[in-house]
Design a protein around this ligand. Structure first.
Ligand SMILES: [Zn+2]
Length: 326
């Protein structure tokens, strides 16, 4: 069953969220089409939509969305997530998205991303990724692609004063045991929504403070937003039917940054070498007077781990073949 809302109804969703939640729980809804449903309104995405546990498609395009709530991890059957034409930044997409391991399609185009969040690489069934049209994307891609490895690692700094202030205020006011317990659970990178040992009220609290933390890409550490950390840029060329895709990772230390950057750079170089080799063969075949055909077959030039887990039909390789011209 599909569910969609009109603009006028979207206002009522917030107002009557309890009734709405009951309705969503009672129906076997698998598609949530909420495109252009909240556009123009200052709002927080109603958390009740994440109670549609059987949802396979969640479409939130054209909504001026600035934050994707960590509750996205509740949607364990989610296959298609459309987030095009919003205001998402890298720090507004939570690590909990990686717990939606059934995702095959992720649309992140036309947002405010610096690069694709690094943890997207953990979505092993991902087949389609749209990431063009992000306002900071073009500059970042070309600036860091040409840099040497060590320059792809930089100290994280705070440009968003409001967020940093909010984090500071939160810590000052909430020096509670629950706050530090939440930090510990977020550090573990587990899907806390699935843990029966954690009361629902505590899960709600963890989700409330989740956006105040950065989660390290290389180890089990979560640090408050204003804490010292490192930003790492890596590239994959190609990646899921895209040409060159930049990724942005946050790490808690220089060691963790190197643990992410070095293997990624090695893979990038290896892939580039194979592409050069394939191109040389192509040119050689041309010089010999044949008509080279470049075609795709089900084997990939990528040697990275993520590729091995990708469905065989999705892997690609340039293949050269001569056919004589009569
Ligand atoms: Zn770390």
């Amino acid at each position: 069953m599909a569910f969609s809302v009109s603009k006028s109804l979207s206002l009522n969703i917030v107002q009557y969220s309890n009734i709405f939640t009951s309705y969503l729980k009672s129906e076997a809804i698998t598609t949530l089409d909420l495109d252009s449903s909240f556009n123009g309104h200052s709002f927080k995405l109603p958390k009740c939509i994440f109670n549609v546990r059987n949802a396979k498609t969640l479409s939130l395009r054209n909504n001026q969305l600035s934050v994707l709530p960590p509750e996205i991890a509740k949607l364990q059957h989610l296959k298609v997530l459309r987030l095009s034409n919003n205001k998402l930044r890298n720090d507004s997409i939570p690590y909990t998205l990686t717990h939606c391991q059934e995702i095959t399609t992720l649309l992140l185009d036309n947002n405010a991303l610096d690069a694709v969040p690094g943890f997207v690489l953990e979505l092993k069934k991902l087949e389609t990724l749209h990431r063009h049209g992000n306002q900071n994307y073009f500059r970042t891609t070309f600036m860091w692609y040409v840099c040497e490895g060590r320059e792809r690692i930089r100290t994280a700094s705070f440009s968003d004063v409001d967020t940093a202030s909010a984090a500071l205020e939160c810590v000052t006011n909430v020096q509670s045991l629950m706050f530090w317990a939440a930090k510990s659970i977020i550090s573990r990178k587990c899907n806390y929504f699935l843990l029966s040992s954690i009361p629902e009220s505590v899960k709600d609290y963890i989700s409330e403070v989740y956006s105040l933390f950065n989660v390290c890409a290389a180890c089990n550490t979560a640090e408050l937003l204003y804490s010292t950390g490192y930003i790492v840029f890596t590239f994959k060329n190609p990646y899921i039917n895209n040409t060159c895709v930049p990724f942005l990772h946050w790490t808690c230390s220089k060691e963790c940054a190197l643990a992410i950057e070095l293997p990624a750079r090695m893979q990038q170089i290896k892939t580039a070498q194979k592409q050069v080799k394939a191109y040389e063969s192509y040119v050689r075949a041309c010089a010999l007077g044949g008509q080279p055909i470049i075609e795709e077959d089900p084997v990939s030039t990528e040697t990275d781990l993520s590729d091995e887990s990708r469905p065989a039909g999705r892997r690609r390789r340039w293949k050269l073949r001569r056919c004589n011209i009569m």
